[in-house]
Design a protein around this ligand. Structure first.
Ligand code: ADP
Ligand code: ASP
Ligand code: MG
Length: 482
């Protein structure tokens, strides 16, 4: 195991933290608080808020042959980036950066024209199109940091974040990444620079651009933290930390002061957008603490994610909701008393690379849930050969997470009493014993989460939850997202 480099802090800023010149200015001030403490920040940035969605819309338009529509989106993005750079930078720096931004957009436009001409969009070209968001934001932020006395220097993340070729959701190759980071980024830090890199993007071993999946900038932050064996990883976002539930669902949500790696991973996997589910892994491997912090309220302590969280008087730390799920009911009398049936069913999902989230079984039926419709038609066709299959879309998973579930007897009775007015479709208590989850109609999510929150967080344990933050959460404005 490498030696920790405790002076290095990886700071990841999400889309809202770089959404305009004011936000980037705030980000620079936050980074300065770390350099003033003698720390060496490595900064990872997302695309400016909403840019990723707009690039995907441009790619989709081009894929349908709508060249003009795609180029119109790109032109709006070009203006937004140039305007932001003009507001952010002095004359000299703006004059240097303007042609760089211009060149990036020229090559994006060429790419969109090419896609429109062929009329076909592949995962590989989609990754190339969306990569522009982080490529551009990181260049602007680096220039802004240079002007603000932080010795900002741009490093193209694609030179260091090496992945496999699973475009759209590429898997990082940790050993290669560590090698590249030590060769490319460490010397910059040692020279007193603040490297600024785009999150979310990488490249395969042939140098073709890849992405880590939506929300993947958190993952980049953790990969860099792990690769450089940093002292801490900070995820800067637009809420006060990990909250007891999505503050957009209820303004009663409370900041969780400390949470375990295991709880945070579970929470992210089951739908809490505040953290990308894979973020935790590189941190766990090297026991690096991860903080979730608010770039609009930097004085707030945020949430600390560590190996073992202190015991908590309430059974749960958080409630997450994952929407847009489909239940697949598989019914067959062939299942009765026969072995090998389950294997046949799961082999079909495996063959078509469709990920199953939750499973429940009876003598003659299996119900399972999937979060994507990609590959589903082929799965249904194969399943239909061995069973009756029914799809039930527009479902949501509610997941209650907490290591202290273990010590609380009769907890499921309390959970289902709290949502007795909601139609519950499937129930599972994970083998990990730190989550309880069940499926409901998508339309019932807000009602169910509010009822559960009222029930389980009415008297929060002040050693774990920030009771005073409740007021702050109530005043957080709802914001536009990346
Ligand atoms: P960023 O662009 O900074 O990565 P995200 O939009 O990806 O930010 O994640 C932050 C958002 O996650 C918050 O604005 C909030 O609405 C949502 N969220 C969902 N569940 C939670 C939770 N349990 N705690 C905090 N935020 C949550
Ligand atoms: N910009 C990317 C997205 O919106 C990655 C990220 O922000 O984490 O998904
Ligand atoms: Mg995010």
């Amino acid at each position: 195991m490498s030696t920790p480099r405790n002076h290095i802090v990886v700071m990841k800023f999400g889309g809202t933290s770089v959404e305009d010149a004011k936000a980037i200015d705030r980000t620079a001030a936050i980074v300065r608080t770390r350099t003033e403490k003698g720390l060496s920040p490595v900064v990872v940035v997302s695309a400016m808020a909403k840019v990723t969605d707009q690039l995907l819309a441009a790619a989709a338009a081009a894929g349908k042959g709508d060249k003009m529509g795609a180029l119109a989106i790109s032109a709006r993005l070009r203006n937004r980036h140039i305007d932001t750079a003009a507001e952010l930078l002095d004359n000299e720096r703006f004059t240097a950066l303007q042609p760089v931004i211009g060149n990036e957009f020229d090559s994006l436009d060429d790419l969109l024209r090419g896609i429109a001409a062929v009329g076909e969009l592949t995962p590989r070209t989609t990754d190339n199109v969306v990569s522009y968001g982080e490529r551009l934001s990181s260049r602007m932020v680096a220039a802004a940091f240079d002007q603000r006395g932080l010795n900002g220097i741009h490093h193209d993340a694609r030179e260091s974040i090496i992945t496999d070729s699973a475009f759209g959701k590429a898997k990082p190759l940790s050993d290669k990444i560590e090698e590249k980071l030590v060769a490319n980024v460490l010397p910059l830090i040692d020279a007193g620079k603040t490297p600024v890199m785009g999150g979310f993007i990488g490249s395969n071993e042939q140098g073709i651009t890849t992405t880590l999946g939506r929300g993947g900038s958190d993952y980049t932050g953790a990969l860099i933290g792990g690769g450089l064996h940093a002292g801490a990883i900070e995820i800067w976002t637009d809420v006060n930390g990990i909250m007891t539930t999505d503050p957009r669902i209820t303004s009663d949500a409370l900041r969780v002061k400390t949470i375990s790696f295991e709880e945070a991973a579970e929470l992210a996997y089951f739908g809490a957008k505040v953290l990308h589910p894979a973020t935790i892994l590189p941190a766990v491997q090297k026991n690096i603490p991860v903080w979730v912090l608010n770039s609009r309220n930097a004085a707030n302590e945020g949430t600390k994610i560590i190996a073992a969280a202190p015991p908590c008087k309430s059974p749960f730390k958080c409630i997450a909701a994952k929407r847009k799920l489909t239940i697949i009911d598989i019914v067959s009398s062939g299942m009765l008393m026969s072995h090998g049936y389950m294997k046949a069913v799961f082999d079909i999902f495996d063959r078509h690379k469709v990920v199953v989230d939750m499973v429940s079984t009876s003598e003659v039926s299996i119900s399972l849930t999937v979060d994507s419709t990609i590959g589903l038609d082929a799965v249904i066709e194969d399943l239909s050969a061995i069973a009756d299959v029914k799809l039930d879309p527009n479902k949501a998973l509610i997941c209650l997470v907490g290591e202290d579930i273990r010590g609380h007897a009769g907890i499921s009775g309390q959970v289902f009493t709290a949502v007795s007015h909601v139609n519950v479709r499937m129930i599972s208590q994970g083998a990990s014993e730190i989550n309880m989850s069940f499926m409901i109609e998508e339309a019932d999510v807000e009602e169910a989460v509010r009822s559960l929150h009222k029930k389980f967080f009415a008297n929060p344990d002040p050693s774990v939850f920030d009771v005073e933050a409740r007021a702050a959460a109530q005043t957080e404005p709802a914001t536009a997202k990346a």
